[in-house]
Write a protein that binds this ligand. Structure first.
Ligand code: BG6
Length: 505
């Protein structure tokens, strides 16, 4: 990772005692520290509702690191002690204006004592209903003012709950922060392998010429998870898979897969192209929703002989919940490159494997000379594997050695791990560092967020207003409701069920 233009600064994490901060944010900052990517003068201030001092907070951070950052800790105990010297804590009730004034005084104090310019990143690792409250409190105390150093806010997902609420939230944030101060995080964009999709496409001469409606038959994007909702039932039941995964992560991946090549590699140029894809998604009529979208919810089942709870039995979930834990949908991008090429997107919890991948199905050769001799259905695929076993694979037919002309599909795979001489950076490391540097390329811009809500809203409204649209149930450890295969126009087509390791079918 890069360390250019990184100025001395303060990182304030609101919600510092929460799950995200413990599991991802603090370990990411520590990793940046280990890699000497943090500025010379730097402090992290944990801002949380619990009453504790910095000694207690440092102790908590130390414990957290031993639980969630075990690999970084090995052999680095002393460095952890050094890092902890830059960790501070301030009790802040997010709803109390008074507490923000005392946070402001605290920041003044630290910046004077440690001679740190008041360049500040505020990370909102808090429940979404508090985003505008915290932003407003920062503004009231002048903590957004850039006279004495820049100020940036990182806002976690979900950004809004619907199109209208996203616009409303955006307005509220702009009431004190300019667009270039607002960083809407989507951790999928921080994944090395999502960025590598751009490199695959735009740094090679041979992918791009076939990356269009002339050669591509259809594109599948799958993000399957093995786990259920665990202890996040309360949140998830108000969200569902469409809001939780598709509105943000998977539509962003779609945008990167389908975008036009930007003229230069900078934040505006790239985001100008990705937003065009989202704006070109063909709008669905409510009456079409059940033809284009299949939703499902997991019921009990078994994984390795262990019984699994049904979604409705999970903690925090309503016993008659209609929230979807699985969505499969078909959409079209109405532009010259993709006219009439179907894109299939699918995500779900309690599926047999944890895999995220994009599969480009190329059109078959115009004349199938060896069709009768193929041992499997001939297929030409480009597979962009995001997780796990990240990499790129190509599937094609080859002659089986020996007499005759028997053809079999084979697979040529590049594994990203072969390229990395050290650990591949976690998405949060990359994204936090980018915000510290002021690079918003990998953050979602307001127009993109709005465009994706616009698409998703039609589906959500149809589900809400039309009780006839079915919610299909699927057993844990299966690939979701079989009805998801009905999205394909042709009977012989079905979802490619991915495996943890690249493997052909
Ligand atoms: C989060 C969702 O944004 O992404 C979770 O809220 C989901 O429900 C997670 O499990 C998936 O991320 P990853 O990086 O594990 O694929």
């Amino acid at each position: 990772m890069k360390k250019n233009n990184i100025e001395n600064q303060v990182l304030v994490i609101f919600g510092s005692n929460g799950d995200l901060a413990k599991r991802k944010l603090v370990p990411a900052v520590f990793q940046l520290f280990l890699e000497k990517l943090l500025p010379e003068r730097f402090v992290v201030i944990g801002a949380g509702s619990q009453d504790k001092d910095e000694v207690a907070f440092r102790f908590d951070v130390k414990e957290t690191m031993h639980t969630f950052a075990t690999k970084s800790i090995v052999g680095n105990e002393e460095k952890l002690e050094d890092f902890l010297q830059s960790v501070y804590y301030k009790k802040v009730n997010n709803q109390s204006e008074e507490d923000f004034f005392s946070l402001s005084t605290y920041i003044d104090l630290l910046s004077d004592k440690l001679q740190i310019t008041k360049n500040i990143v505020y990370y909102f690792s808090i429940p979404p209903f508090l985003y505008d409250v915290v932003a407003a409190n920062l503004v009231k105390c002048g903590l957004n003012v850039e006279e004495d150093g820049w100020k940036r806010i990182i806002v976690e997902k979900p950004f809004g709950y619907s199109y209208d609420s996203a616009i409303e939230l955006d307005k509220k944030l702009h009431n004190g922060f300019n667009e270039d101060q607002i960083y809407r995080i989507d951790h999928y964009l921080g994944k090395e392998t999502v960025q590598n999709i751009m490199v695959t496409r735009f740094s090679n001469g041979f992918f791009e010429p076939i990356w269009n409606r002339k050669y591509v038959d259809r594109i599948e994007i799958t993000a399957s998870e093995k786990i259920g909702v665990g202890n996040r039932g309360g949140y998830y039941d108000t969200s569902g898979a469409l809001r939780d995964m598709i509105q943000n992560h998977l539509l962003q991946v779609l945008a990167v897969v389908a975008m036009e090549p930007p003229v230069v590699f900078d934040s505006d140029a790239i985001r100008n192209e990705t937003v065009k894809v989202l704006q070109a998604i063909r709008p669905m009529r409510s009456s079409e929703v059940s033809n284009y979208v299949v939703r499902g919810q997991y019921i009990s089942g078994e994984v390795n002989n262990e019984p699994q709870k049904a979604y409705r039995q999970e903690k925090g979930v309503a016993p008659n919940s209609k929230t979807e834990t699985f969505v499969a949908l078909k959409l079209f991008i109405d532009n010259w490159r993709w006219g009439d090429v179907p894109f299939y997107i699918r995500t779900g919890k309690q599926l047999p494997d944890r895999v995220t991948e994009v599969v480009i199905h190329l059109k078959p050769a115009p004349h199938q000379l060896f069709k009768q001799l193929c041992l499997t259905e001939p297929s030409n695929l480009i597979i962009l594997r995001i997780h796990p076993d990240a990499g790129v694979a190509v599937d094609f037919g080859m002659k089986i050695p020996g007499a005759g002309f028997k053809v079999q599909n084979v697979n040529m795979a590049f594994h990203y791990s072969d390229l990395a001489d050290k650990k591949i950076a976690e998405a949060y490391e990359r994204l936090i560092l980018d915000c510290m540097i002021g690079d918003s390329t990998l953050y979602a811009r307001a127009d993109a967020v709005k465009a994706s809500w616009k698409f998703v809203d039609t589906i959500l409204n149809a589900w809400k207003n039309d009780p006839e649209i079915p919610l299909y149930f699927y057993e844990c450890n299966t690939w979701g409701p079989k009805e998801s295969n009905n999205l394909f126009d042709e009977k012989f087509m079905k979802w490619r069920n991915p495996f943890s390791k690249f493997k052909t079918e």
